[in-house]
Design a binder for this molecule. Structure first.
Ligand SMILES: [Zn+2]
Length: 113
């Protein structure tokens, strides 16, 4: 893990609380699970919000992979591409915004080659 990411991870537990579902007792679980889909299917490049009943407003030109089951299964069916705007609507627990965004940025730009 890159040093700047480690700093974020070291800081987050106090910040968001150890009982947040994000952690599930394993600090490092988030990135490897998402890294799988990037590695096999590349960067997300379109919005498939219609697959989950959302209508994309085409606000954002940035795209993320989003997990459907929240079990991060290693099968393509469990992942869809969403633009940042739809991803926020779909994926974020209440009160959970800035850290998720920071992490997504780090994952997309720095750690996934
Ligand atoms: Zn969208």
């Amino acid at each position: 893990m890159l040093p700047h990411l480690r700093a974020v991870f070291n800081y987050m537990p106090q910040r968001i609380g150890k009982n947040h579902p994000f952690w599930k007792g394993n600090k490092a679980s988030y990135i490897p699970k998402h890294a799988w889909v990037y590695r096999w299917y590349g960067k997300a490049n379109k919005c498939e919000a219609y697959l989950i009943g959302l209508t994309c407003k085409n606000i954002s030109k940035k795209y993320h992979w989003a997990n459907i089951s929240k079990k991060y299964l290693r099968i393509k069916k469990d992942w869809i591409m969403l633009c940042v705007s739809c991803h926020k609507i779909y994926d974020l627990p209440k009160g959970w915004t800035s850290w998720n965004r920071i992490l997504e940025e780090l994952i997309l730009k720095k750690d996934i080659k």
